[in-house]
Design a protein around this ligand. Structure first.
Ligand code: NAD
Length: 495
């Protein structure tokens, strides 16, 4: 088994401390791989390398077209190695191989999409023939790119692809629970021709390597995807040196079903929205809002469907979803359940660690439906990041909107109704970054992704995702210079 190592200035290296971390399968605890465990000293080395590469200017002086071509090569190489990538992603997370294959296909699309973005820049007409006024875009500088474990490479690719296109140098910090595909990506970037020092990788716990990445003055931007509490901490850490921050945080996403909706489609999508990847999805539809007149019908079908879901490991062809990522996360979900019950939520199905043949060693949790929930309950307000759907009822459009916005989060939501005008009204009133109408879950690399309110700062994907990695510079050129004439000139007589 090869030890996963840091990648700093074009060289693979182990931590100075010699510490290693075992990456164990959430399915059965077998050791999938081992990784060097970094600390602040390793992170500092990576910062020095990235800074030197950026300030040296070699990569950012590549033409925009050359960097687009680089992204196309990266996409082609990942496509060539898709099976290797998918196996590694599935190994670390125990998500089903087929889901990992979808994720890696999405990663390829992210690089391909970014390769199509033309170099931004435009002229400003100031109404004077001797003046040329132009807005140019330059790379923001050295970026710390910090990712989560639920979609390990996909979330990193949302950062790496635009950072490369912009001409930045960067340090990738994957989740310590799922580092394998970030290591593969470094190999791919080298093969595609990324110069040494541009792309660096640091492995280890955020509590150890995170401080330098978020406080060092040589870092210009921190782009982070992860939990709300970590995001708040990073934003505060970055403030001391006024770094730019881009934050993709959690969600508590309302999925609103009106009585006039296509209920078959709405319920089927509600099951997927809540239980895909066992709810470990930032945009999971874990908060179901149902019009009171169809409450019983929807809840009974939702509960029936939840009971049919087959849990299993990455290689189980019958499995429909897998385990939670870790024992720590399972305990967090169990704590969330206890609070929900003590606050009066009614458990219709699930609510506990899953047992069953083949699941004994894994961090499995039963797909769960909680009824009689209200917005004052923590189960409605807090992200569980597990397979738990809470159900609330409403009796009017305005109440549905009020409930859907009654959250500190604002990542995504959905509205189901056959009344197009009502869908438009509700979609416009919901304060979330993505709203699906009569659908749930699709995202596109061409379309901006991100959160209102506490779900984040900035956007990933789309044109805005690139602009997080750019600085605008206004260039003013006067081809016929003259005196400003503002202050009295004592050496000359004035008329
Ligand atoms: P997390 O916050 O625990 O960790 C995320 C990353 O931050 C990891 O790499 C971790 O090592 C690092 N980290 C931890 N402490 C740090 C520190 N002090 N300084 C710097 N880095 C630090 O999140 P997680 O459990 O890995 O991921 C789950 C969360 O991610 C959920 O809340 C989910 O909603 C969110 N998420 C959001 C999106 C989105 O697009 N909005 C996408 C995926 C996941």
């Amino acid at each position: 088994m090869t030890l996963l190592r840091h990648f700093i200035n074009g060289t693979w290296q182990e931590s100075a401390t010699g510490r290693v971390r075992e990456i164990r399968s959430p399915h059965d605890q077998h050791v999938v791989t081992t990784a060097t465990e970094g600390d602040a000293a390793d992170a500092l080395q990576a910062i020095v390398a990235a800074r030197a590469s950026f300030d040296g200017g070699a990569f950012r002086s590549w033409s925009w077209q050359d960097r687009q071509a680089l992204l196309r090569r990266v996409a082609d190489l990942i496509e060539r190695d898709l099976n290797i990538y998918a196996a590694a992603e599935s190994g670390d997370t125990a998500k089903r191989l087929i889901e990992a294959e979808y994720d890696i296909a999405d990663v390829i699309s992210v690089f391909r999409f970014n390769a199509t973005i033309s170099e931004p820049g435009h002229s400003v007409d100031v109404g004077r023939s001797e003046i040329s006024s132009r807005i140019a875009y330059e790379p923001v500088g050295v970026c710390a790119l910090i990712g989560p474990w639920n979609y390990p490479l996909l979330q990193i690719s949302w950062k790496v692809a635009p950072a490369l296109l912009a001409g930045c140098s960067f340090i990738v910090k994957p989740s310590e629970l799922s580092p394998s595909t970030a290591v593969l990506l470094m190999h791919t970037l080298v093969e595609a021709g990324v110069p040494a020092g541009v792309a660096n990788l640091i492995l280890g716990a955020g509590s150890e390597v995170g401080a330098p990445l978020t406080t060092d003055p040589r870092i210009d931007l921190v782009s982070f995807t992860g939990g709300l509490q970590t995001g708040k901490h990073i934003m505060a850490s970055a403030a001391a040196t006024v770094k730019k921050v881009a934050l993709e945080l959690g969600g508590k996403n309302p999925n609103i079903i009106f009585a006039d909706a296509d209920l078959d489609a709405a319920i089927d999508n509600a099951v997927t929205a809540g239980f895909l990847h066992s709810g470990q999805v930032c945009s999971a539809g874990t908060r179901l809002l149902v019009e009171a007149s169809i409450h019983d019908q929807v809840v009974s079908e939702l509960t029936r469907r939840a009971g049919l879901i087959t849990l299993g490991g990455p290689d189980d062809a019958t499995a429909e979803t897998g385990p939670l990522i870790s024992e720590g996360h399972l305990n967090k979900v169990l704590g969330y359940m206890s609070r929900a019950i003590s606050e009066g939520a009614q458990v219709l199905i699930g609510g506990k660690r899953a047992s069953g043949i083949g699941l004994e060693q894994g961090w499995y949790f039963e797909p769960t439906v909680l009824d009689r929930c209200t917005t004052t309950m923590s189960c409605v307000q807090d992200e569980s990041f597990g397979p738990i759907i809470t159900v609330e009822s409403f009796t009017s459009e305005s109440e549905a909107i009020r409930l859907g916005n009654d959250t500190i989060y604002g990542l995504s939501g959905a509205v189901w109704s056959s009344d197009a005008a009502k869908c438009d009204r509700v979609a416009a009133a919901l304060r979330h970054g993505t709203i699906w109408i009569n659908d749930y879950g699709p995202y596109r690399p061409e379309a901006e992704w991100g959160g209102f309110k506490a779900s984040g700062v900035g956007r990933e994907l789309g044109g805005s995702g690139l602009h997080e990695y750019l600085e605008a510079k206004h260039l003013w050129r006067n081809t016929s210079p003259g005196r400003s004439g503002w202050f009295r000139d004592g050496g000359h007589s004035s008329e």
